[in-house]
Design a protein around this ligand. Structure first.
Ligand code: PEP
Length: 252
C-alpha cells in the first residue's frame, strides 16, 4: 500500500521567529507522525537551516519550494540542489502554479529541474493542474497530460517511480474552493493512467499523487481516502500548527 505524504508549502511566509514558533507548535501538536504517513515542511530558503536544527530528532522531513538546474555558478539569486541537500532537504517542489504563472516557468524548464533533482538525490514534487478557464473549456485532461509528460520527459522508470506528483487545480489554490473528492479522484486516476502508459502499471502504482488546493482539516479526510489520492500539498493551512497537524492526523 502506498504511504501518504503530507507536505506543507509555506510559500513566502515566516521569518526566523515565525519559523521557530510554527515548528515548536508542530512538535507539540504532533510529537509522532502516524504510521504510513510522512510529513514534510517546505519553508522559504532562508529558514531551511533553522528548520533543520529545530526538527532534529523528529520525524518531520524537509523540502524546498524551488531550485535551479545547475549545481553552482553565475546564476544570481538562484539556489542549487547541492545547497538544498546541505541544508537538509530531501524533497523539492518544482513547477508550482505560482512559478508557472508569475515566473513564466515552462514544462521544459521544469523538466530540466526534475532531472537535476533526481541526479543529485532529491525527490521532486512536480506540480500540475489546470486553471479555471481551462476546466471550463473542458481541457483539464490535455493540460494535465501535457504537464505530466513534459515534467517527466527523459526521466527513466527507476527515477519516475520515486517522483511525487501534486495535482493542484489552480482555481482551488488559496481560494477556499476545494475540488470535490470525486473531481480530484478523477484527475488523479487519469494521472495514474498517464504514468502507466509511460512506465507500465507497476511503476504507476508506486507513484505518490498528492492533491493540493484549499486542503483544510475539515475536508482532508475525505480527500485523502480516495483510492488515488496519496497525500496533500498544503498551502494556507500549513501555516498554523493546529491545522497542519490535524491534516497529518487525517491521513492516517
Ligand atoms: C499550494 O499553493 O500548493 C496550495 C495548495 O495552497 P492552498 O492550500 O492555500 O490552496
Amino acid at each position: 500500500m502506498r504511504e501518504k505524504i503530507i507536505a506543507g508549502n509555506w510559500k513566502m511566509n515566516k521569518d526566523a521567529a515565525g519559523t521557530a514558533e510554527l515548528i515548536e507548535g508542530l512538535k507539540a501538536k504532533c510529537p509522532s507522525i502516524p504510521g504510513n504517513v510522512k510529513a514534510v515542511l517546505c519553508p522559504p530558503f532562508t529558514s531551511l537551516a533553522l528548520a533543520k536544527s529545530l526538527l532534529a530528532g523528529t520525524q518531520f522531513e524537509l523540502g524546498a519550494q524551488n531550485m535551479y538546474s545547475e549545481n553552482e555558478g553565475a546564476f544570481t539569486g538562484e539556489i542549487s540542489p547541492l545547497m538544498l541537500k546541505s541544508a537538509g532537504c530531501t524533497y523539492v517542489i518544482l513547477g508550482h502554479s505560482e512559478r508557472r504563472q508569475y515566473f513564466a516557468e515552462t514544462d521544459s524548464f521544469i523538466n530540466s529541474k526534475v532531472k537535476k533533482a533526481f541526479a543529485e538525490g532529491l525527490i521532486p514534487i512536480l506540480c500540475v493542474g489546470e486553471t479555471l478557464a481551462e476546466r471550463e473549456k473542458n481541457v483539464t485532461d490535455q493540460v494535465v497530460t501535457t504537464q505530466v509528460k513534459g515534467g517527466l520527459a527523459g526521466i527513466p522508470a527507476s527515477d519516475a517511480e520515486r517522483i511525487i506528483i501534486a495535482y493542484e487545480p489552480v482555481w482551488a489554490i488559496g481560494t477556499g474552493k476545494v475540488a470535490t473528492p470525486a473531481q480530484a479522484q478523477e484527475v488523479h486516476k487519469r494521472i495514474r493512467t498517464i504514468t502507466a502508459e509511460l512506465y507500465g502499471q507497476a511503476v504507476a502504482e508506486k507513484i505518490i499523487i498528492q492533491y493540493g488546493g484549499s486542503v483544510k482539516p475539515d475536508n482532508a479526510k475525505e480527500l485523502l481516502h480516495q483510492p488515488d489520492i496519496d497525500g496533500a500539498l498544503v498551502g494556507g493551512a500549513c501555516l498554523k500548527a493546529d491545522s497542519f497537524s490535524a491534516i497529518i492526523q487525517a491521513a492516517h
